[in-house]
Design a protein around this ligand. Sequence first.
Ligand code: ZN
Ligand code: ZN
Length: 348
Amino acid sequence: MRTLPIYVEPVPAETISGYIGRLAESHCLEVGEIRRALIREAGRSTWSDSDPRVAVALARLCGLPDDALEVSFEEHGMWTRCGHPRWVPQKCWRCRTLAEPHAACAECAGGFTTTTRARTGPLCLMHSRWTLRGLAVKLPAGTYMSQAERNLRGPLWERGIAIHTGEFNLAAAAILAWAQGNDGGTFLEERAQRFGLAGPASFEEVMLCGYPEVVRIVEVAMSPRILRGVLQVSRSALPQIDGFANVIANTLGATVNDSLHDWAGAVIGHAHRAVLYAAGLRRTKSAKNALCPQDRALIVASGTKRACLLRHVSPRILDGLRRGHTEGTSRLSVTRRFPLEPDELALQ
Ligand SMILES: [Zn+2]
Ligand SMILES: [Zn+2]
């Protein structure tokens, strides 16, 4: 196979489809033409961007080493709770889970748009460029947001938290609820004005205007230590709701207002229902009496009930609950691959 004339440097952990899109643009080719050449070269009959033979064919087409488009699990792998063999966050070499593809920094991508599965958040530390979904902003070098980005890539990543796993969506909703209860005039609106946004409303806008605060809420308010205290379904929910709202407000250096309190009530109520559901999960759909192992039950419930907080608590919170039967779980191979969706109460 002849190699393409223009060299396009791959972005770290770039997706195959993202890289082909950039190749097509820089060579004035159609994506379909490149795909057809790769299908032939890889000896397939249809297109697949997950076939390693396609990645090798693509690397050869660009004159790159064969493994140039393989994403390094060592460098970019996710920590997951998959039960291989334990349910604590771990980098599992059997699942080899990577982050969902997210928009890459356009400066890293030579001015084009592409997607990457790298161990990163929305901020490129090299170019100080913010990129989240369709929102891209150039920030001053050494921006105040850099530390938040490092915390995302470091301790939060190792708790199994990435931009697609839901916790940031929930924290962004908390900040928005608090800001709305303050009738504007908070740091959120002030920064939105600086970025030329009318008022932060979407997930990507709240993230841009409150990135350090969102990361802080995930770090502190969604830590196992705090969640253990607010997901106790055998005790009255009211003090737990007050507690959760207080921790969030303290993290923001603010006080609780009605709007934040209502939000915390809805989130804790939803999480408590999910914990009760987890407590009654049966091992399989047919085994009516055999309960699911507790740690697995929490992970399954966090997926089916869309309650990401359940992924961060010890299964001991299920001890001593009266367990009415709820449902049976699917096979491990199915629940392990359950797609993560943000909670319904989160900013989507
Ligand atoms: Zn695994
Ligand atoms: Zn960059």
